[in-house]
Write a protein that binds this ligand. Structure first.
Ligand code: F0G
Length: 385
């Protein structure tokens, strides 16, 4: 029964764009909220207060399947035959999997040169997607794919697509369901293209409006320090949603500065190596509604946190660990209290980026140097574990 089969369409009443009989699903969203005192201690929480929502357990290994199912449902409804995305790897793996599994569309994928982990690239290739590497990074690929899909009439599945965000709302529905609809104090999520944070904000706005919750959690969005546009704009330059009147000239000015300096995003967490997040405005709205904060964490902090998540018996990819590293930072800063209830979103599976993981743990100096040598990161054995 397709509605039960899908962890997003179980909530189809809250996703009113799709008639139940039209949904496209491969069984996404059957993920669980899990409590971890081991990781909680690392973050600085009292027992029983830290939860991990492990979205890496989706069919293609990341949270992207939540949104991809919704985008596919819409694309199918309007008769699209080809779908495209730019990706740092997970969106493309998800798109390729839905195309291969459903045979409803053909996938065209644009990736930045040398910017994608092999785990993710190998998924796109095995699933048979047309995979194009462009000269440039994700931000360049994103700009290209928006033009190309517009010009050629190809359905775009990046998170600029509003149906993606509809599906991603369900991550919050499942978190709340697991907490018996008791609202947690904090949701902590990595920020890249800012689709998740935007979707979460929208979920809480709607649940509150429907009277299903009476308060909303605070939202913490965590950038990598090498890809920190939201952090810079929100925490340093005072950019706010401001009831829909966000001063976007602050953003234009910042992007001009980046261009002048030739500054590109750079982090070991390749999933979130993004300087021009397409959902910036929507995310500002979510931050306003959920009294949000933005922080940045270093590659070292992410890799250390990732190793703790692994040692706690879970596991995630580097970008996902930004949520745990970010919660720890906010705890250190006294912004998160030790007895508040905190949910960190683990966005991608541990097996997605083995290169970074092995380099971090290995005693092979050459292997370490090749991957992490230029990043100012210490190996696991030397790091504070
Ligand atoms: N975590 C992982 C594992 C991701 O793959 C991404 C985004 C994010 C976090 C950031 O999420 O964009 O909603 O803020 N990956 C995209 C991709 C960009 O192409 O796979 P966001």
């Amino acid at each position: 029964e397709p509605l039960r089969f899908s962890g997003i369409y179980r909530f189809h009443e809250l996703l009113p764009f799709a008639k139940p009989e039209t949904v496209v699903t491969v069984g996404e969203g059957q993920t669980l909220l899990q409590q971890s005192d081991f990781v909680g201690t690392y973050v600085g929480m009292k027992p029983g207060r830290l939860y991990l929502q492990y979205e890496g357990m989706n069919p293609s290994g990341s949270f992207k399947d939540n949104g991809m199912s919704a985008a596919f449902t819409h694309a199918h409804a309007i008769g699209a035959k080809r779908a495209a995305c730019a990706s740092t790897g997970n969106t493309s793996a998800s798109l390729a999997m839905y195309c291969a599994a459903t045979r409803l569309m053909k996938a065209v994928i644009f990736i930045g040169s040398g910017k994608i982990s092999y785990g993710k690239l190998s998924q796109a290739l095995d699933y048979g997607a047309l995979t194009v590497q462009i000269a440039g990074d994700f931000d360049d690929a994103m700009a290209r794919v928006q033009e190309i899909s517009r010009d050629l009439g190809i359905y775009l599945v990046n998170s600029v697509n509003p149906f993606r965000l509809e599906g991603q709302k369900s991550i919050m529905f499942r978190v709340l369901e697991a907490l018996r609809w008791e609202v947690p104090d904090w949701i902590v999520v990595p920020g890249g293209n800012l689709g998740n944070s935007s979707a979460f904000g929208k979920a809480f706005m709607e649940l509150k409006e429907l009277g299903l919750i009476d308060r909303v959690p605070r939202l913490a969005v965590i950038n990598a320090s090498g890809a920190d546009t939201l952090f810079e704009l929100f925490e340093h330059r005072g950019l706010r949603w401001n009831g829909g009147r966000a001063n976007m000239s602050i953003v234009d000015h910042y992007y001009q500065e980046l261009d002048q300096l030739g500054r590109k995003a750079s982090t070991i967490a390749s999933a979130i190596e993004i300087n021009r997040p397409v959902n910036l405005r929507k995310c500002l709205r979510a931050l306003e509604f959920c009294d949000g904060v933005v922080r940045q964490v270093t590659d070292q902090e992410m890799l250390d946190a990732k190793a703790k998540v692994g040692a706690g018996g879970f596991g995630c990819e580097p970008a996902s660990a930004a949520s745990v590293a970010g919660a720890r930072l906010l705890r250190d800063q006294g912004i998160i209290g030790s007895d508040e209830r905190v949910v960190c979103i683990l966005t991608g599976h541990q097996l997605k980026d083995p290169t970074a993981t092995v380099a971090y743990h290995t005693t092979d100096q050459e292997q370490f140097n090749k991957v992490l040598g230029s990043r100012g990161v210490k190996r696991a054995s030397f790091a504070n574990r």
